[in-house]
Design a protein around this ligand. Structure first.
Ligand SMILES: Nc1nc2c(ncn2[C@@H]2O[C@H](COP(=O)(O)OP(=O)(O)OP(=O)(O)O)[C@@H](O)[C@H]2O)c(=O)[nH]1
Ligand SMILES: [Mg+2]
Length: 407
């Protein structure tokens, strides 16, 4: 069970202005210096509580903090480091995930506001001062330390990590419709505790801010202040393949949450990104079904079960049947076109065949140009098929079913 060191009498009823919550796992080389620097950067006369939430770090991070408190307390057994700063440690039994650790810290903190940061110096303590003053100016806003607004930067991150971070950020902003937030993946942010009223955390992810923004239906004031993210000072990253899988699972859960709550509010799905993605998913599902059908029909017409055609004729029947079923499924299911007028449908069918042929031509040309420019055949083929499938979808959306591209 949790063992919470909150025995200090001075704070029993005293609400701090802000609780700085720092989850730790194996941060023994960073934690002392971090605690020193945070205290150095707290504005005078602001009552602050620093809570370290440690998941029983094998390198003794939790115990190091205990010792730090003991050495620096004003009096024995007190955890008050200076007149306005108190430090506490929450010792958790085992490593049970970052969001769980942070939620645990928030549940036990005494601050009116909460500030979350990492322990590895990726989040510079010098910015805390600015965040606290923003909290004072905008008491109902989430203040986000942002790498992606003017003045923000990333320093010393490996190219692979940079790509992962950019990819994850893109997915969050576009897939979850958070376009007005530039750094929804930030782990460095502050907010008034009341923001979390009626927010229930249920992803097992790494990015608690993302979950807060989605659960507030993106309907909360957000202020981003720039900072320079630096690679961790000491110690090892906890980011591994399972973190990426957890992230994708969390995004999927939040995506469905957003869709459900939007439906409840508007009775129908109105987010353009959601419509676009769901239509693309249907279009490619239809394409896959056509591929299977094409194969089965061609075989059945060549081996005597449905006919005894020459292989080229059997292939032509397979193509004709699958193009027709693809068209009908896309018309009535993918693009939900209820109009059954025969002439209109025949025209649409012609356009569908034209767009599909254009897709084939685009595939040939892309592969030709990529291959001739020196790229290997397998990569050229992969890119060619991708370009052709995307253009096939977009052309049919725009030209056959007369929809705007982005909806
Ligand atoms: N309590 C707790 N803290 C964790 C856990 N995983 C990571 N942390 C802490 O959360 C913060 C962020 O973790 P990092 O390992 O720095 O993750 P990252 O910033 O994505 O990756 P790097 O900076 O490359 O290490 C650090 O302070 C870690 O010590 C966990 O399971 N439990
Ligand atoms: Mg880090």
């Amino acid at each position: 069970m949790l063992n919470v060191n909150d025995t200090l009498q001075e704070v029993k009823d005293d609400q701090k202005f802000v609780s700085i919550i720092i989850p730790t796992f194996n941060e023994s080389l960073n934690i002392r210096e971090l605690l020193n620097q945070i205290q150095f950067n707290i504005p005078a006369k602001t009552n602050v509580e620093i809570i370290i939430v440690d998941d029983n770090s094998p390198d003794g991070t939790g115990l190091i903090v205990e010792k730090y408190i003991e050495e620096n307390s004003k009096a024995p057994k007190q955890k008050l480091i200076s007149k306005n700063v108190l430090i506490r440690v929450i010792h958790r039994k085992e490593k049970a995930g970052l969001i769980a650790a942070i939620v645990n810290g928030i549940g036990l903190c005494k601050g009116k506001n909460v500030l979350i940061m990492d322990a590895d110096f990726s989040h510079p303590p010098e910015v805390i001062n600015k965040m606290i003053s923003e909290l004072k100016k905008a008491p109902n806003c989430i203040i986000i330390g942002s790498r992606y607004v003017d003045g923000g930067a990333i320093d010393g991150m490996s190219f692979k990590r940079f790509l992962l971070s950019q990819g994850a950020n893109w997915i969050a902003r576009h897939g979850l419709s958070l376009k007005n937030v530039y750094d929804p993946m930030s782990g460095f942010f502050a907010f008034p505790k009341h923001v979390l009223q009626d927010v229930e955390f249920n992803t097992n992810g790494f990015k608690i801010l993302l979950e807060i923004l989605i659960k507030k239906n993106n309907n909360i004031c957000v202020k981003e202040i720039p900072y320079t993210f630096r690679d961790r000072k000491h110690g090892q990253s906890k980011l591994d393949f399972s973190t990426i899988v957890d992230y994708l699972k969390a995004v999927w859960k939040l995506y469905r949450y957003g869709r459900k709550s939007k439906r409840q509010n508007t009775q129908s799905e109105s987010r353009k990104s959601v419509k676009f993605i769901s239509k693309a998913a249907r279009f490619y599902t239809v394409g896959a079904s056509g591929f299977v059908l094409n194969y089965i029909i061609s075989i059945l017409f060549s081996n005597g079960i449905l006919g005894n055609l020459e292989y080229l004729q059997a292939t032509a029947v397979g193509i004709a049947v699958s193009v027709t079923t693809n068209f009908l499924l896309n018309k009535f299911w993918t693009f939900e076109d209820k109009n059954r007028d025969l002439i209109r449908s025949i025209k649409q069918y012609g356009m569908f065949v034209g767009c599909s042929s254009l897709g084939i031509l685009i595939q040939f040309l892309s592969i030709y140009f990529l291959r001739e420019s020196g790229m290997s055949y397998d990569i050229s083929l992969l890119l060619g098929v991708t370009i052709a499938s995307v253009s096939n979808f977009l052309f049919n959306k725009k030209l056959t079913f007369k929809e705007n591209i982005w909806e």
